[in-house]
Design a protein around this ligand. Structure first.
Ligand code: FMN
Length: 342
């Protein structure tokens, strides 16, 4: 599958989705690192019955793909997160529903099976909102809560700023509240700047749902997440949207893996577009891989059918590359040697 990038008629929407923080160094580096990696295939490994199944603390799924959390799917498709949920279900790929989803979680869960429902959570200024999302995640049987960390303030994104981007009036973050509202109208939904590890500890005590932290880049933070009782981490610089010049996940996952010593699963995101990107990320140490912008691009291109076709295709591609690299299972990929071409 060739690298692709959606061009939008609405240039403000394009700036919001495609843009990154600052000079977009981190955004570009995420993709450039993937391009620079080369794998050393193994031979004579009997790959006839190769499969891409994954089974860890968050359940058994047909592939290592996860649909990552992105806000406001109604911006790119009329049925919004409900379309995404259908594609998740059809492909047995977990879907991390954003705190800023533009469809009600009740509607999403009517489509999405519990085995694929993971809930993303920000730590909000108003603890009542944080608690409400946790309690809804329990009510709707989420298999995981993904707490996004490392975003106390929004990154400065010049493309968005210059385009004059704002969320259109008709699109709301639902929060499962009685009165859906746009984020800009409500200070309560601002993300807390005073959050600490104690807040993570509190969340782990609030619920028995496994808690994962998304946005870990430093091995010491990864270790802290293990010590505090998190069930997993997502190594991520949030697609280069937050802090430009932050390290890319692929440049730190090796050190993180070493310090975590297999205690918890390690997932990764940033720049993943193709099956080849997925296999390379796993070879570098990821147990599962999240898709971000690629999901929004496909939804925008052709709704459920384009996204479904893409997910199906990327899964086929993963399997094809596994066979070419002599990997009968996903765990065999982690044994491949990786070389960086400079
Ligand atoms: C338009 C957009 C909205 C996003 N919204 C969220 C969000 O609500 N919560 C979150 O944790 N991450 C959010 N992210 C970050 C993604 O989860 C993910 O980390 C990032 O997109 C990965 O990089 P990629 O897009 O290059 O694959 C968003 C990203 C984009 C592009």
């Amino acid at each position: 599958m060739k690298y692709f990038r959606q061009v939008f008629e609405d240039k403000r929407l394009q700036a919001y989705i495609n843009g990154g923080a600052g000079d977009e160094t981190a955004l570009q580096e995420n993709e450039a690192i993937l391009q620079s990696l080369r794998l050393i295939p193994r031979v004579m490994m009997d790959v006839e019955k190769a499969n891409s199944h994954v089974n860890d603390i968050l359940g058994a799924h047909d592939s290592p793909l996860v649909i990552g959390p992105t806000a406001f799917h109604r911006l790119v498709s009329t049925d919004g997160e409900c379309s995404t949920a259908l594609c998740s279900k059809l492909n047995n790929i977990p879907y991390v529903v954003s705190s800023f989803a533009s469809c009600d979680v009740r509607e999403i869960r009517e489509i999405l099976p519990a085995s694929c429902y993971w809930q993303q959570l920000y730590i909000f200024n108003d603890p009542a909102i944080t608690e409400e999302i946790v309690s809804d995640a329990e009510k709707f049987a989420a298999q995981a809560i993904i707490v996004t960390v490392g975003t106390p303030v929004s990154g400065d994104r010049p493309r968005e700023r210059q385009a004059g981007w704002s969320v259109p009036a008709g699109v709301c973050a639902r929060f499962n509240l009685k009165d859906p509202t746009t984020i800009s109208q409500l200070a309560r939904v601002s993300i807390s700047q005073s959050a600490t590890w104690d807040d993570i500890k509190n969340i782990t005590m609030m619920t028995s749902i496994p808690i994962l932290l998304k946005g870990i880049l430093d091995p010491d933070d990864a270790l802290r997440a293990v010590q505090i009782g998190c069930s997993g981490i997502i190594v991520s610089n949030h697609g280069g949207r937050q802090f430009d010049h932050s390290i890319s996940a692929l440049d730190t996952i090796g050190d993180i893996k070493e310090i975590v010593q297999g205690e918890i699963p390690i997932y990764l995101d940033g720049g993943i577009r193709t099956g080849l990107d997925v296999v390379k990320s796993i070879a570098c140490g990821a147990d599962r891989v999240l898709l971000g912008r690629a999901i929004l691009w496909k939804l925008h291109e052709g709704g459920t059918s384009a996204l479904n076709e893409y997910l199906h295709h990327i899964n086929e591609e993963i399997l094809h590359i596994m066979k070419l690299c002599g990997c009968p299972t996903i765990s065999a990929i982690s044994g491949l040697k990786v070389v960086r071409r400079v």
